[in-house]
Design a protein around this ligand. Sequence first.
Ligand code: C2E
Ligand code: MG
Ligand code: MG
Ligand code: MG
Length: 278
Amino acid sequence: QAKEAGRGGYCFFAPEMNQRLQERRALEVDLRNALASGGFRLAFQPQINLEDERIIGAEALLRWERPGVGNVPPDQFIGIAEETGLIGQIGAWAIHEACRQAATWPEPMGVAVNVSPVQFRQPGLCECVTAALEHSGLPASRLELEITEGVLLNDTEETLATLERLRRLGVKIAMDDFGTGYSSLGYLQKFPFDKVKIDRSFVRNLGQDPNAGAIVSAVVGMSRALGVRANAEGVELREQAALLLAQGCEEVQGYFFARPMSGEALRELLAAPVGQAA
Ligand code: C2E
Ligand code: MG
Ligand code: MG
Ligand code: MG
Protein backbone atom coordinates (compact mmCIF):
# COMPACT_ATOMS: atom_id res chain seq x y z
CA GLN A 1 0.00 0.00 0.00
CA ALA A 2 2.92 2.26 0.68
CA LYS A 3 3.83 2.00 -2.96
CA GLU A 4 0.37 3.17 -3.95
CA ALA A 5 0.65 6.08 -1.60
CA GLY A 6 3.99 6.89 -3.21
CA ARG A 7 2.37 7.13 -6.58
CA GLY A 8 -0.19 9.40 -5.05
CA GLY A 9 2.65 11.77 -4.29
CA TYR A 10 2.09 12.54 -0.63
CA CYS A 11 4.09 9.72 0.83
CA PHE A 12 6.68 9.14 -1.88
CA PHE A 13 9.62 8.58 0.44
CA ALA A 14 8.05 5.88 2.57
CA PRO A 15 8.88 2.76 0.54
CA GLU A 16 12.47 3.86 0.07
CA MET A 17 12.95 4.69 3.71
CA ASN A 18 11.45 1.42 4.72
CA GLN A 19 13.78 -0.41 2.38
CA ARG A 20 16.82 1.38 3.74
CA LEU A 21 15.79 0.64 7.29
CA GLN A 22 15.42 -3.01 6.44
CA GLU A 23 18.80 -3.07 4.73
CA ARG A 24 20.40 -1.54 7.81
CA ARG A 25 18.72 -4.06 10.07
CA ALA A 26 19.87 -6.91 7.86
CA LEU A 27 23.38 -5.50 7.90
CA GLU A 28 23.32 -5.31 11.68
CA VAL A 29 22.12 -8.89 11.96
CA ASP A 30 24.86 -10.07 9.60
CA LEU A 31 27.50 -8.10 11.51
CA ARG A 32 26.38 -9.73 14.76
CA ASN A 33 26.55 -13.14 13.15
CA ALA A 34 30.00 -12.41 11.76
CA LEU A 35 31.18 -11.48 15.25
CA ALA A 36 29.71 -14.61 16.75
CA SER A 37 30.95 -16.99 14.06
CA GLY A 38 34.42 -15.69 13.22
CA GLY A 39 33.35 -13.98 10.01
CA PHE A 40 35.95 -11.22 10.07
CA ARG A 41 39.52 -11.39 8.89
CA LEU A 42 42.40 -8.98 8.94
CA ALA A 43 44.39 -8.01 5.89
CA PHE A 44 47.82 -6.50 6.44
CA GLN A 45 49.39 -3.76 4.38
CA PRO A 46 53.16 -3.51 4.73
CA GLN A 47 54.60 -0.24 5.96
CA ILE A 48 57.87 0.58 4.25
CA ASN A 49 60.84 2.46 5.60
CA LEU A 50 61.43 4.70 2.60
CA GLU A 51 65.19 5.08 2.89
CA ASP A 52 65.97 1.36 2.45
CA GLU A 53 62.56 0.15 1.29
CA ARG A 54 62.38 -2.44 4.04
CA ILE A 55 59.15 -3.59 5.64
CA ILE A 56 59.05 -2.32 9.19
CA GLY A 57 55.46 -3.02 10.08
CA ALA A 58 51.97 -3.54 8.75
CA GLU A 59 48.59 -1.92 9.12
CA ALA A 60 45.76 -4.28 10.01
CA LEU A 61 42.67 -3.70 7.86
CA LEU A 62 39.33 -5.32 8.58
CA ARG A 63 37.89 -7.62 5.94
CA TRP A 64 34.41 -9.07 5.89
CA GLU A 65 32.96 -11.55 3.45
CA ARG A 66 29.29 -11.08 3.90
CA PRO A 67 27.35 -14.29 3.25
CA GLY A 68 25.54 -14.11 -0.05
CA VAL A 69 27.06 -10.75 -0.87
CA GLY A 70 30.84 -11.08 -0.93
CA ASN A 71 33.53 -8.75 0.32
CA VAL A 72 32.19 -5.59 1.88
CA PRO A 73 34.81 -2.86 2.37
CA PRO A 74 35.12 -1.45 5.89
CA ASP A 75 33.97 2.00 4.83
CA GLN A 76 30.59 0.39 4.08
CA PHE A 77 29.99 -1.25 7.44
CA ILE A 78 32.02 0.59 10.08
CA GLY A 79 29.41 3.35 10.15
CA ILE A 80 26.61 0.93 11.03
CA ALA A 81 28.88 -0.86 13.47
CA GLU A 82 29.41 2.49 15.17
CA GLU A 83 25.73 3.40 15.25
CA THR A 84 24.79 0.05 16.74
CA GLY A 85 27.68 -0.01 19.20
CA LEU A 86 28.98 -3.24 17.64
CA ILE A 87 32.22 -1.45 16.80
CA GLY A 88 33.39 -2.03 20.37
CA GLN A 89 33.39 -5.79 19.95
CA ILE A 90 34.55 -5.73 16.34
CA GLY A 91 37.38 -3.37 17.23
CA ALA A 92 38.35 -5.48 20.24
CA TRP A 93 38.50 -8.52 17.98
CA ALA A 94 40.73 -6.62 15.55
CA ILE A 95 43.13 -5.59 18.34
CA HIS A 96 43.38 -9.13 19.70
CA GLU A 97 43.80 -10.70 16.26
CA ALA A 98 46.36 -8.14 15.11
CA CYS A 99 48.47 -8.70 18.25
CA ARG A 100 48.17 -12.46 17.96
CA GLN A 101 49.48 -12.43 14.40
CA ALA A 102 52.10 -9.75 14.92
CA ALA A 103 53.61 -11.78 17.76
CA THR A 104 54.65 -14.34 15.10
CA TRP A 105 56.49 -11.75 12.96
CA PRO A 106 60.21 -11.18 13.25
CA GLU A 107 61.23 -8.42 15.63
CA PRO A 108 60.91 -5.51 15.55
CA MET A 109 58.04 -5.62 13.04
CA GLY A 110 55.15 -3.64 14.38
CA VAL A 111 51.43 -3.71 13.75
CA ALA A 112 49.07 -0.75 13.46
CA VAL A 113 45.37 -1.08 14.29
CA ASN A 114 42.66 1.44 13.48
CA VAL A 115 40.49 2.57 16.37
CA SER A 116 37.18 4.25 15.62
CA PRO A 117 36.12 7.32 17.60
CA VAL A 118 33.08 5.48 18.97
CA GLN A 119 35.24 2.55 20.03
CA PHE A 120 37.67 4.97 21.62
CA ARG A 121 34.94 6.51 23.75
CA GLN A 122 33.48 3.23 24.92
CA PRO A 123 34.87 2.08 28.24
CA GLY A 124 37.43 -0.67 28.29
CA LEU A 125 39.80 0.24 25.46
CA CYS A 126 42.90 0.28 27.68
CA GLU A 127 41.83 -2.99 29.30
CA CYS A 128 41.31 -4.53 25.86
CA VAL A 129 44.77 -3.44 24.72
CA THR A 130 46.36 -4.70 27.94
CA ALA A 131 44.66 -8.08 27.55
CA ALA A 132 45.60 -8.38 23.88
CA LEU A 133 49.25 -7.68 24.67
CA GLU A 134 49.24 -10.16 27.53
CA HIS A 135 47.55 -12.95 25.62
CA SER A 136 49.73 -12.53 22.53
CA GLY A 137 52.99 -11.77 24.25
CA LEU A 138 53.52 -8.92 21.80
CA PRO A 139 55.67 -6.18 23.33
CA ALA A 140 53.64 -2.98 23.68
CA SER A 141 56.22 -1.05 21.69
CA ARG A 142 55.28 -3.08 18.61
CA LEU A 143 51.62 -2.07 18.72
CA GLU A 144 50.42 1.19 17.25
CA LEU A 145 46.89 2.55 17.41
CA GLU A 146 45.69 4.77 14.58
CA ILE A 147 43.12 7.36 15.50
CA THR A 148 41.46 10.02 13.40
CA GLU A 149 40.54 13.50 14.42
CA GLY A 150 37.06 12.22 15.19
CA VAL A 151 38.58 10.95 18.42
CA LEU A 152 39.84 14.38 19.36
CA LEU A 153 36.86 16.39 18.13
CA ASN A 154 35.30 16.51 21.53
CA ASP A 155 38.63 17.02 23.14
CA THR A 156 37.72 16.37 26.68
CA GLU A 157 39.98 15.64 29.60
CA GLU A 158 38.80 12.09 29.26
CA THR A 159 40.07 11.75 25.69
CA LEU A 160 43.50 12.99 26.64
CA ALA A 161 43.51 10.81 29.77
CA THR A 162 42.77 7.72 27.66
CA LEU A 163 45.50 8.63 25.19
CA GLU A 164 47.94 9.08 28.03
CA ARG A 165 46.97 5.77 29.61
CA LEU A 166 47.57 4.04 26.29
CA ARG A 167 50.86 5.82 25.97
CA ARG A 168 51.85 4.66 29.45
CA LEU A 169 51.15 1.08 28.42
CA GLY A 170 53.90 1.64 25.89
CA VAL A 171 51.83 1.53 22.70
CA LYS A 172 52.34 4.08 19.96
CA ILE A 173 49.69 6.49 18.76
CA ALA A 174 49.38 7.60 15.15
CA MET A 175 47.14 10.28 13.70
CA ASP A 176 45.47 8.81 10.61
CA ASP A 177 44.22 10.69 7.54
CA PHE A 178 46.21 13.75 8.54
CA GLY A 179 45.18 16.94 6.81
CA THR A 180 41.60 15.98 6.06
CA GLY A 181 40.13 17.35 9.27
CA TYR A 182 39.37 20.80 10.47
CA SER A 183 42.06 21.17 13.03
CA SER A 184 44.76 18.61 12.40
CA LEU A 185 47.51 21.01 13.39
CA GLY A 186 45.81 21.94 16.63
CA TYR A 187 45.64 18.30 17.67
CA LEU A 188 49.35 17.86 17.14
CA GLN A 189 49.88 20.53 19.75
CA LYS A 190 47.55 18.86 22.25
CA PHE A 191 48.98 15.39 22.18
CA PRO A 192 52.45 14.08 21.35
CA PHE A 193 51.65 11.67 18.54
CA ASP A 194 54.31 9.17 17.53
CA LYS A 195 53.31 9.26 13.90
CA VAL A 196 51.37 11.32 11.43
CA LYS A 197 49.86 9.58 8.42
CA ILE A 198 49.52 11.99 5.53
CA ASP A 199 46.22 11.31 3.82
CA ARG A 200 46.39 9.79 0.41
CA SER A 201 44.40 12.64 -1.11
CA PHE A 202 47.60 14.71 -0.86
CA VAL A 203 49.90 11.95 -2.03
CA ARG A 204 47.76 11.22 -5.07
CA ASN A 205 48.56 14.53 -6.75
CA LEU A 206 52.24 14.60 -5.91
CA GLY A 207 54.30 15.45 -8.96
CA GLN A 208 51.31 16.92 -10.79
CA ASP A 209 49.82 19.52 -8.54
CA PRO A 210 52.44 21.87 -7.04
CA ASN A 211 50.05 22.65 -4.18
CA ALA A 212 49.93 19.01 -3.16
CA GLY A 213 53.72 18.98 -3.18
CA ALA A 214 53.85 22.10 -1.02
CA ILE A 215 51.41 20.66 1.50
CA VAL A 216 53.21 17.33 1.76
CA SER A 217 56.57 18.99 2.15
CA ALA A 218 55.18 21.32 4.84
CA VAL A 219 53.68 18.40 6.78
CA VAL A 220 56.89 16.39 6.52
CA GLY A 221 58.96 19.40 7.63
CA MET A 222 56.66 20.10 10.54
CA SER A 223 56.67 16.45 11.60
CA ARG A 224 60.45 16.39 11.62
CA ALA A 225 60.57 19.56 13.66
CA LEU A 226 58.17 18.03 16.18
CA GLY A 227 60.02 14.73 16.24
CA VAL A 228 56.97 12.91 14.86
CA ARG A 229 57.42 10.19 12.27
CA ALA A 230 55.73 10.90 8.93
CA ASN A 231 54.02 8.15 6.95
CA ALA A 232 52.58 8.90 3.51
CA GLU A 233 49.56 6.80 2.56
CA GLY A 234 48.47 5.69 -0.88
CA VAL A 235 51.79 5.73 -2.73
CA GLU A 236 50.99 4.21 -6.09
CA LEU A 237 53.85 5.45 -8.26
CA ARG A 238 57.63 5.30 -8.16
CA GLU A 239 57.74 9.09 -8.74
CA GLN A 240 55.63 9.71 -5.65
CA ALA A 241 57.99 7.61 -3.57
CA ALA A 242 60.99 9.48 -4.96
CA LEU A 243 59.46 12.87 -4.18
CA LEU A 244 58.55 11.77 -0.67
CA LEU A 245 62.07 10.50 -0.07
CA ALA A 246 63.51 13.79 -1.29
CA GLN A 247 61.24 15.62 1.10
CA GLY A 248 62.43 13.56 4.03
CA CYS A 249 59.32 11.44 4.58
CA GLU A 250 60.40 8.40 6.61
CA GLU A 251 57.71 5.88 5.86
CA VAL A 252 55.18 4.97 3.19
CA GLN A 253 52.33 2.63 2.46
CA GLY A 254 50.72 2.09 -0.89
CA TYR A 255 49.96 -0.17 -3.79
CA PHE A 256 53.31 0.67 -5.38
CA PHE A 257 55.06 -1.25 -2.62
CA ALA A 258 52.42 -3.67 -1.44
CA ARG A 259 48.69 -4.10 -1.28
CA PRO A 260 46.89 -5.32 1.81
CA MET A 261 47.39 -9.10 2.00
CA SER A 262 46.51 -12.07 4.16
CA GLY A 263 48.53 -12.73 7.28
CA GLU A 264 49.87 -15.85 5.61
CA ALA A 265 51.03 -13.95 2.52
CA LEU A 266 52.74 -11.42 4.74
CA ARG A 267 54.58 -14.12 6.69
CA GLU A 268 55.76 -15.64 3.42
CA LEU A 269 56.93 -12.26 2.21
CA LEU A 270 58.83 -11.69 5.44
CA ALA A 271 60.39 -15.13 5.29
CA ALA A 272 61.47 -14.84 1.63
CA PRO A 273 65.24 -14.56 1.15
CA VAL A 274 64.97 -11.04 -0.15
CA GLY A 275 62.11 -10.63 2.25
CA GLN A 276 61.33 -7.18 1.07
CA ALA A 277 59.03 -5.13 -1.04
CA ALA A 278 59.85 -3.35 -4.27
P1 C2E B 1 42.72 3.90 6.57
O1 C2E B 1 43.03 3.51 7.95
O2 C2E B 1 43.13 5.27 6.14
O3 C2E B 1 43.39 2.77 5.65
C1 C2E B 1 43.97 2.99 4.40
C2 C2E B 1 43.06 2.55 3.26
O4 C2E B 1 43.68 2.87 2.03
C3 C2E B 1 42.79 1.05 3.22
O5 C2E B 1 41.48 0.84 2.70
C4 C2E B 1 43.84 0.58 2.21
O6 C2E B 1 43.51 -0.64 1.59
C5 C2E B 1 43.82 1.72 1.23
N1 C2E B 1 45.06 1.87 0.47
C6 C2E B 1 46.31 1.56 0.85
N2 C2E B 1 47.21 1.86 -0.11
C7 C2E B 1 46.52 2.38 -1.14
C8 C2E B 1 46.89 2.88 -2.45
O7 C2E B 1 48.06 2.91 -2.85
N3 C2E B 1 45.88 3.34 -3.23
C9 C2E B 1 44.58 3.32 -2.83
N4 C2E B 1 43.66 3.78 -3.68
N5 C2E B 1 44.20 2.86 -1.60
C10 C2E B 1 45.16 2.39 -0.78
P2 C2E B 1 40.43 -0.13 3.39
O8 C2E B 1 41.11 -1.39 3.81
O9 C2E B 1 39.26 -0.25 2.48
O10 C2E B 1 40.00 0.62 4.70
C11 C2E B 1 39.28 1.82 4.66
C12 C2E B 1 39.14 2.44 6.02
O11 C2E B 1 38.36 1.61 6.89
C13 C2E B 1 40.46 2.62 6.76
O12 C2E B 1 41.14 3.77 6.29
C14 C2E B 1 39.97 2.75 8.18
O13 C2E B 1 39.53 4.06 8.42
C15 C2E B 1 38.78 1.82 8.21
N6 C2E B 1 39.18 0.54 8.83
C16 C2E B 1 39.80 -0.53 8.29
N7 C2E B 1 39.99 -1.51 9.21
C17 C2E B 1 39.50 -1.03 10.39
C18 C2E B 1 39.42 -1.55 11.73
O14 C2E B 1 39.89 -2.66 12.06
N8 C2E B 1 38.83 -0.75 12.66
C19 C2E B 1 38.34 0.48 12.35
N9 C2E B 1 37.77 1.23 13.32
N10 C2E B 1 38.42 1.01 11.12
C20 C2E B 1 38.99 0.26 10.14
MG1 MG C 1 44.57 3.62 9.14
MG1 MG D 1 44.34 6.76 6.45
MG1 MG E 1 40.50 6.47 6.60
